[in-house]
Ligand binder design. Structure first.
Ligand code: TTP
Ligand code: MG
Length: 367
C-alpha cells in the first residue's frame, strides 16, 4: 500500500505577521496584537505577538497591561486586531493550499491539513519538495512565512509543525514516528491537558514514549475505554482520521464589550454597526449571504439574552443587516429593564450568494 502523507501548514505569528506586511518598518520591533475590551485604556488580552515580543516574554492570552510591563523600556508596537484584514489574507492563502492538495481541511484561520499522498506518489522526499514550493509561494505572494509538518497522519503532522517555528519544515517518515514521539512530553498529544498530564505523571508517565510502553488495559482501567484506547494509539503514532473538507461555517458572529453599561440605543448601535461591517466583510470574502439575524446581549447582571429574526430571503446587504439589528435592539430594550454590558450580532442560514454561484456555474461549464 502507498504511504499516506499528511501535511499541516500553520502560518507563523499570523495576526502580527500580517500587520508587519502592511507596515515593514515595525518588523524589527516587538509587535503585539491586542483584543481591547474598550473598558479602560489597557484592558483586554494579547491575541498574538511577533517573535521579537515573544523573546521578551509576551504570549497569546496575556493581559495587555502585563505585556506593556514586559515591554516597558522597549520601543514596542501595540495594535488592535483587524480580523477582516486577516480573514482576507487567510482566505487567499487557503486557496493556494487547496490547490496543492489532494484533500484539504482548514482547521483555523491560519492552519490547514493537506493530504498529498496521491500527488507525491507516497514519496516523503517529494512531499518535502512540495512543502518548500508552498512556503516559497506564500512568501512570494503574501510576504508571510509558515511552519510545515509532514507525517503519516494528522496528529504527527501537527506535532511536527509545532516542533520548529517560525519558518520550520519538519518531516517525520513512518519509520521515524516512534523515535520522533518518544522523548516529547505527553502534553504534546491532542487531548492531554494539564490535569491529564498530572494524572499521567503520578503513574510515572512523563513522555509519549513512557505512555506508549504502558499496557493498554492498564490505561483503560485508569482513563476509561475510549480515552485509554486513544492514548494508547496516539502515543504509538496510530491515527486513521482522514483529511476532510469541513462544512461551511454555520454562522458568523461578533461580540464585544461596551465602554460602559448602557440602555442608550445609539451607543449600542455604534458598536453593532461596526460588528455588522466586519460580518459583511467575512460574508463577502467567503461569497455567502444570510437569512437569519440574531442579536445577543450580556446584561449588567451577566445574564445572556438573544433575539432573532429571519428574513424572507437571503441577502448580504449591510443596510439590511444593520436595519434588522436596529429593529431587534429597539424592541429588546423595551422588553428588558437592565443595562447592557456586552453586545453581539450573529448571522446564520448561510448560503452561497448568487454572484459566486454564477461564477461557479460558468467555471463548471468551461471546465
Ligand atoms: P496560532 O497559530 O496558535 O498562533 P500564531 O500564528 O500567532 O503563532 P505561531 O507562530 O505559534 O503559529 O493562532 C493563529 C492566530 O489566532 C493568532 O495569530 C492570533 C489568534 N489567536 C488569538 O487571538 N488568541 C489566542 O490565544 C491564540 C492562541 C491565537
Ligand atoms: Mg500560527
Amino acid at each position: 500500500m502507498r504511504n499516506r502523507i499528511v501535511m499541516l501548514v500553520d502560518l507563523d505569528y499570523f495576526f502580527a505577521q500580517a500587520e508587519e506586511t502592511r507596515n515593514h518598518s515595525i518588523r524589527d520591533k516587538p509587535v503585539v496584537v491586542c483584543v481591547y475590551s474598550g473598558r479602560s485604556e489597557n484592558s483586554g488580552a494579547v491575541s498574538t505577538a511577533n517573535y521579537v515580543a515573544r523573546k521578551l516574554g509576551v504570549k497569546s492570552g496575556m493581559p495587555i497591561a502585563l505585556a506593556k510591563r514586559k515591554l516597558q523600556n522597549v520601543d514596542a508596537i501595540f495594535l488592535p486586531v483587524d480580523e477582516a484584514f486577516y480573514e482576507g489574507i487567510s482566505s487567499r492563502i487557503m486557496s493556494i493550499l487547496r490547490d496543492y492538495s489532494d484533500r484539504f481541511e482548514q482547521v483555523g484561520i491560519d492552519e490547514a491539513y493537506l493530504d498529498v499522498s496521491q500527488r507525491t506518489n507516497g514519496s516523503y522526499e517529494e512531499a518535502a519538495g512540495l512543502a518548500r514550493r508552498i512556503k516559497d509561494e506564500i512568501v512570494k505572494q503574501h510576504g508571510l512565512t509558515c511552519s510545515v509538518g509532514i507525517g503519516p497522519n494528522k496528529p504527527i503532522a501537527k506535532i511536527a509543525a509545532d516542533i520548529k517555528k517560525p519558518d520550520g519544515l519538519t518531516v517525520v517518515r513512518p519509520e521515524q514516528t516512534v523515535e520522533f514521539l518518544s522523548p516529547l512530553p505527553v502534553e504534546r498529544l491532542i487531548g492531554v491537558g494539564v490535569k491529564t498530564a498530572e494524572k499521567m505523571r503520578a503513574l510515572g508517565v512523563a513522555t509519549i514514549g513512557n505512555l506508549a510502553k504502558r499496557d493498554v488495559q492498564g490505561l483503560i482501567d485508569v482513563f476509561g475505554k475510549k480515552l485509554g484506547l486513544y492514548f494508547h494509539n496516539a502515543s504509538n503514532g496510530i491515527d486513521e482520521e482522514p483529511v476532510q473538507e469541513r462544512e461551511e461555517a454555520e454562522s458568523i458572529s461578533r461580540i464585544s464589550t461596551l465602554k460602559e453599561n448602557t440602555r442608550d440605543l445609539s451607543l449600542i448601535l455604534e458598536k453593532t454597526n461596526q460588528q455588522c461591517e466586519e460580518i459583511q466583510a467575512d460574508l463577502e470574502n467567503s461569497g455567502l449571504n444570510f437569512k437569519t439575524v440574531t442579536v445577543i446581549a450580556v446584561m449588567e447582571d451577566l445574564s445572556i439574552r438573544s433575539r432573532s429574526r429571519s428574513l424572507e430571503k437571503n441577502t448580504n446587504r449591510t443596510e439590511v443587516l444593520k436595519g434588522t439589528v436596529n429593529g431587534l435592539f429597539g424592541k429588546f430594550l423595551e422588553e428588558f429593564n437592565l443595562e447592557v454590558r456586552r453586545v453581539g450580532v450573529k448571522v446564520s442560514g448561510l448560503a452561497k450568494d448568487e454572484k459566486s454561484q454564477k461564477q461557479l456555474t460558468s467555471f463548471i461549464k468551461q471546465g
